[in-house]
Each structure stands twice: as C-alpha cells, then as structure tokens.
Write a protein that binds this ligand. Structure first.
Ligand code: GLY
Length: 415
C-alpha cells in the first residue's frame, strides 16, 4: 500500500518503522526517515498543500501524526478529496486543541477529571491563584507544542505563565492537581468503537527525579507492571467509551487515535489531558511490541471498519525509550551540532526526531533530538537495552534522563 505519514518526530519515525514493507512517504520528515520512506517537504498547516502531496504520491492511506495539522483541518480536506485518512476531523481534534472543549465533553460524559477555571484577563489571575494551589497547574487553552502547561508550587511562576498566555491572546485554565501515578492509554477510536493499545508511562520533567521544567516527554515504557489487571478495561469503560459516545452524540464522531493522559488517584483514573494523536515518546515503545500489522489497525479506523478488526496481538515482554535532548531544552535548545553513532541508521534502535542533514553530516535540529529504543523480556532488560543504545550516540551538550522506568523497576509505584 502507498502510505503518506505527516509529521517529523520520533512518533512518526516509529509509525513508519511499523509500516515498513509498504511504499512509504513522509512529509516533512526528518533525516532519519530517508531509509524507510521518500521524504517530501510540506507545510503541514496547509490542507491544500497536504492534499496536493497526497495526490502527487497517490496515497492510499494518509496517517497524520501531530496535532497541528489535525487542528488545522488537514484530515477534513483529505477526506473531502477522497483519501482514506487516519486522524480526527478539525472539530473532533478540539479534544486536544481546546482544553475548555475537552472539559465540557468530559462533564457531559460524566468522566472524572480535575476541576478547572478558565480566565481570559490579567485581573482574574490573583483570584484564580487564591482558589487553586498549593500546587498550581496552569494551562494554555490552545496548542503550545508541549510548552503550554506549568505545574509549580511557586505562585509567582504560575502567575507569570498565566500572564504570558493571556498576553499571547489565549485563555488560561487553572486546574486542581491530580494525585497518583500517570498512565498514558492510546485508543483506536472509530465512532463508538474503542480499541486500546498497551498502557504506557511517560516522564514529563526534564531531569532525573521528576525535577526541572515540563517537557514534551523524556522517556517512556510499556506495559506497566504496577497496573492491576482490568485497569485498561476500566479506563476504556469509564473514560474513553463515554467520551467517544458523547462525541457521536454531538455530531462530531472521533476517528483516529485518542490519547488519554490519566492520573490514577483514590477515586480511580482521572483525565489530565486528551491528545488527538499518538503520544511522543510513548508511541515508540508501544509500537515496538505490536505484533498485529500496524497498517491493519490504522486502515480499519480510516475505512470505518474498526469494529471488525480481530483483537490486537502483542509481543511478550517490555519496551522502553529514552530521549536524547539538546543542550538548553526545553527553554532554548541549541541546534546545528553534529551527531555521531554507529546505530543512527537502525530504526529498531534509534528513532529520529529533531535531526537534519548539513553538508552530508547528521546534525541536531530541535529540542528532542532522537529516541533510543530497547525491548527485553523484563522491564529492566528493556531499559538497559535503550540505555546501551543512547550511550553510543555523541552530541555535544546533549542530555538524557537516567531514571526512565526506575520507580517501576524498584516496585515504588502502586495505586
Ligand atoms: N507524551 C506526551 C505527549 O505526547 O503529549
């Protein structure tokens, strides 16, 4: 099948790897993808440009990785042009694009989530700070490329983030802090049909011990040895199915990957956020364990036949990914430095994100530069395999967390 994957991150590299064997096209892609796909430049925010490219490569399936093209209506334009598309419509992608919309859907669907207050003017900030805290969760209501959420006990830092968001023209959401270990559950959703993938856990803070600023994610592992049996089914029945039904009832059926980011506290799984796409970097380990051909799962959603898809099958064992970040990430990542390593061309070990080519040399081109992937019979083996790959990569000033999955391995996480 001729498949076009839109995006340029580690998640899209993992998707391409899962689709290998097909005729693959990536746009705009990155330097690591060229061994798997023909790479084309495209403005992912332009529905017309993506439709033109899909026509040019005669795509039989288009898979949209990131949220920005989804919220820009790229999937709608592709569907109108007659393409099979994996990715929700612009309206359905508001589950990620607008935190206030997501809260409204959850309220109607009776889904547990943090209480929240939306404000739009600077003079409402103090009252919101008084209402929330001592741990402040302050979110940009719109898309902010992983920089939209600040979680802090520092009242002035919370106020500064709220001011910056309002001055940039977006509403701000203040939320209560949800206690409990975090779970990322990806679900294939086709109207009211929901098929979960393996649960994963991301590590969002930049530094070991969950210190430092929030990031797009510094590493992930799957499955979760501390998650009791039946937990995934509980998330599906208490969270994802009610939301999928509510979207259908609103005339905005969801078709694509719905990512539920949850905190599992005293009252059970509560939604921290929804994303309208695969998560990055959780996708990398989750897809490493998928035995069912990825194309079958994606095409079934695109074609509206997910209910007929046989149950997904999974490899035994565990997978983990560790992100290599550029110096200065997330505030002001340094780019343009040479990357070296003997494993950089092997997508079973290294998945590229912010990489580019300069005069034939691989260079850093973004904050999260690449992802090392490991699989193993135990979680410890999977994590060790990922670390042994990342240690073989050289990039001046780069850093990575050394404690991915450590709490799970040490048995320090429980519900
Ligand atoms: N892993 C976090 C995200 O994809 O948003």
């Amino acid at each position: 099948m001729r498949i076009l994957v839109i995006g340029s991150g580690g998640r899209e590299h993992a998707l391409l790897n899962g689709l290998s064997g097909h005729e693959l096209f990536a746009a705009p892609g990155n330097a690591g993808m060229a061994s798997l796909a023909s790479v084309h430049p495209v403005d992912v925010t332009s529905p017309d440009a993506v439709v033109a490219l899909a026509r040019e490569v005669e795509a039989e399936l288009v898979v949209i990785g990131p949220e920005i093209p989804l919220v820009a209506g790229v999937s709608d334009a592709l569907r109108e042009a007659g393409f099979q598309v994996f990715g929700p419509s612009r309206e359905a992608a508001q589950l990620e694009g607008s935190k206030a919309f997501a809260k409204d859907v959850m309220a109607s669907a009776g889904v547990l989530t943090a209480s929240a207050t939306q404000i739009t003017s600077l003079d409402e900030i103090d009252a919101a700070l008084d209402e929330y805290g001592p741990r402040f969760v302050v979110k940009d209501d719109g898309l902010a490329g992983g920089k939209g959420v600040v979680v802090t006990e520092d009242r002035e830092a919370a106020a500064a983030h709220a001011r910056a968001v309002i001055e940039a023209g977006n509403p701000v959401l203040f939320e209560s802090f949800l206690e409990g270990p975090e779970v990322s559950l990806f679900c294939l959703v086709d109207g009211e049909t929901v098929v979960p993938l393996l649960p994963a856990q991301d590590h969002k803070r930049a530094y070991d011990g969950d210190q430092g600023p929030n990031t797009g994610g510094m590493g992930a592992y799957t499955p979760l040895p501390w998650l009791p049996e039946g937990s995934v089914e509980r998330i599906v029945t208490e969270v994802v199915e009610p939301v999928a039904r509510e979207m259908v009832a609103r005339g905005v059926p969801y078709k694509g990957l719905l990512y539920a980011g949850l905190a599992w506290g005293q009252e059970g799984p509560a939604v921290v956020e929804f994303n309208a796409r695969f998560g990055d970097p959780e996708t990398q380990p989750v897809l490493a364990l998928l035995e069912t051909p990825l194309v079958d799962a994606l095409y079934a959603v695109a074609a509206g036949t997910l209910a007929d898809l046989p149950a997904l099958s999974w490899k035994k064992g565990y997978a983990a990914t560790v992100v290599l970040a550029a110096e200065g990430y997330p505030e002001s990542p340094r780019t343009g430095d040479a990357i070296s390593g003997d494993n950089l061309d092997d997508p079973a070990k290294i998945l590229h994100a912010g990489t580019g080519a300069q005069h034939g040399t691989l260079v850093s081109g973004g904050g999260r530069v690449l992802n090392a992937l490991g699989v193993g019979g135990t979680l410890q083996e999977a994590v060790q395999a990922a670390y042994s790959e990342i240690e073989r990569v050289e990039l001046q000033g780069s850093f990575y967390r050394r404690d991915i999955a450590r709490a799970a391995i040490e048995g320090a996480i429980s519900l």
